[in-house]
Design a protein around this ligand. Structure first.
Ligand SMILES: [Zn+2]
Length: 257
């Protein structure tokens, strides 16, 4: 652990957060994430490089476009802050290692999934399918999970969520869990191993029913509540599992076995 690397991780984290905002905006629209440069969606003016500094620019511009004064969503500085913070925590936990690289990738994909699914109710295959492959390949390099556990994770994640989707359709006569959730679970299994899939399912169902219940209580629009996407809860569960999963699982095993 050294200070220079830590500062570098924070700066790279902020830059990746800024890039994540571009991805969240463009991936659901199936637009290129590399070209063109960022522009204001309201007035179409290109964003100057000095107005594109993570978090700082938002504060200096007081959350408005320099040209047309349209409000910039709070989501932009929030995503930048979250990305930098979670990557920094991952670095502090795992050091400069393959484990840090793998979990760093997962953190970014989870942030993208969280915001894209929340807004558009989709989990793009362009994120999850390469994710399954990448998670499996990284298992050859990381200390946890093992290659076998990563494979099992893909199978358990896909299998359990497929089963949940079939059961949900039988019970509620409507699609409760989409194909996007199944592929996301496979990716999480590949990156974190099969035990963590169980933990993530537990955490995300708990959060999902808690938030869903609260929404049902306070929302007037019942139809809206029925279609709360599950992906954001899976993403939250995955973040918890990637930091605490291995300790929770070993504590559980020690207590009960
Ligand atoms: Zn503008």
């Amino acid at each position: 652990m050294n200070t220079v690397t830590l500062i570098l991780v924070i700066i790279v984290g902020l830059a990746l957060g800024s890039f994540s905002n571009v991805c969240i905006y463009r991936i659901p629209k199936k637009k290129s994430i590399l070209f063109p440069n960022s522009f204001c969606p309201q007035c179409g003016k290109r964003i100057r490089f000095y107005d594109n500094i993570p978090i700082l620019s938002y504060l200096i511009l007081r959350g408005r476009c320099r040209d047309c004064k349209t409000k910039i969503p709070l989501q932009y500085p929030l995503v930048e802050f979250l990305t930098a913070t979670l990557l920094t925590l991952a670095y502090l936990r795992f050091g400069l290692s393959w484990d840090f690289a793998a979990r760093g990738i997962l953190i970014i994909v989870m942030i993208l999934t969280f915001f894209i699914d929340l807004k558009h109710r989709i989990i793009p295959d362009t994120l999850t399918l390469p994710g399954v492959a990448l998670g499996f390949l990284m298992s050859f390099l990381v200390s946890s999970p093992s290659v076998l556990n990563s494979l099992l994770g893909i199978a358990v994640g896909g299998g359990m969520f497929y089963l949940a989707a079939v059961l949900g359709e039988l019970l509620f006569k409507k699609e409760s869990m989409g194909g996007g959730d199944i592929k996301l679970a496979m990716m999480l299994g590949a990156f974190l191993g099969w035990q963590n899939i169980l933990l993530i399912l537990l955490i995300s169902s708990f959060l999902g029913s808690l938030i869903g219940g609260l929404a049902l209580l306070f929302s007037k629009d019942v139809k809206q509540t029925r279609t709360i996407p599950f992906g954001p809860f899976l993403a939250l569960g995955a973040i918890v599992a990637m930091f605490l999963g291995d300790s929770i699982i070993s504590a559980y095993l020690k207590t009960f076995f």
